[in-house]
Design a protein around this ligand. Structure first.
Ligand code: HPA
Length: 279
């Protein structure tokens, strides 16, 4: 049974990777996962191939407003990239295996670095909606882990190290670009929760107490899977709203997508420059 479970993920991955390779000759070196409302970055990409998730074996179309569902292969500067425009979330009822399947696909396509973006509620001092936060670490409060179950040794070790889950060199590179443009940014710990409810004010006070600065419902499963696979990881949050209880305003998905839209251009030019500087 164990062998069957582990090997079926590998079989699915092999099928998916062969399908993508049959549609594109691009060998991506950098992977990107774009969060809610941040999909416009694709305008900065020299696009070669667009594959809707519904056409890719074992990929599921996203169900959340603000998330497109395309795999895009192309170039940013000289760098070949694979972009996941939209992700599957745990709160949609997907298994963790489904949530990390696209990340594993990118790794098997040959990427060496993975850049993730997300929308998050901020509760760090001086944070304002529209700010960016570089993830320097995370706290996984989702109540599960995508690597639970039999280890797939072809993908990585049973007990992956997480002491540098977010690559220090990539963090420095992001900081250099923000500084060059005198763009204010934050750096901090992202707390991942399952959602789909936003947090209570008491939960946000707890997250602050344990050292977090932002909270969201994504990213960490992919970061864990990517570390298992030995990828270099960078992640950036768009602080779309102040977390529950930080201001008097109630939280809504509209606020999240509106803020993401507002900073989309700034975000896109940052991301283009960041990827161009990677080699
Ligand atoms: N909490 C959790 N997830 C989020 C938030 C939030 O405040 N904003 C955007 N995603």
């Amino acid at each position: 049974m164990e062998f069957y479970l582990a090997s079926s993920v590998l079989e699915k991955l092999t099928e998916t990777v062969s399908f993508i390779r049959s549609k594109s000759i691009i060998k991506p070196k950098i992977g990107l996962i774009l969060g809610s409302g941040l999909g416009a970055f694709v305008d900065q990409v020299q696009v070669s191939t667009v594959l809707p998730y519904k056409d890719i074996p074992h990929f599921l179309p996203p169900t959340v407003d603000g998330h497109q569902g395309n795999l895009i292969l192309g170039h940013v500067g000289v760098n070949p990239v694979a972009i996941l425009q939209g992700r599957n979330h745990y709160y949609e009822g997907h298994s963790m295996e489904t949530v990390v399947f696209p990340t594993r696909t990118l790794a098997l396509l040959g990427i060496e670095s993975l850049i993730l973006t997300n929308s998050a509620g901020g509760f760090g001092d001086t944070m304002q909606p529209g700010d960016f936060m570089i993830l320097e670490d995370h706290i996984n409060l989702m109540g599960t882990n995508p690597l639970m179950g039999p280890n797939i040794k072809e993908l990585g070790p049973r007990f992956p190290d997480m002491t540098e889950a977010y690559d220090k060199r990539l963090i420095e590179q992001m900081e250099l670009i923000f500084k060059k443009h005198s763009t204010q940014y934050h750096k901090g710990i992202y707390c991942a929760v399952s959602g789909p409810t936003y947090e209570t004010p008491a939960e946000v006070r707890y997250l602050k107490l344990i050292g977090g600065k932002a909270v969201g419902m994504s990213t960490v499963p992919e970061v864990i899977a990517a570390n298992h696979l030995g990828l270099r990881v960078a992640a950036l949050s768009c602080i779309t709203n102040l977390a529950s209880g930080i201001s008097r305003q109630k939280l809504s998905h509209e606020e999240v997508t509106d803020t993401a839209k507002r900073v989309e251009q700034k975000f896109s030019s940052f991301m283009k420059e960041f990827i161009e500087t990677l080699s």
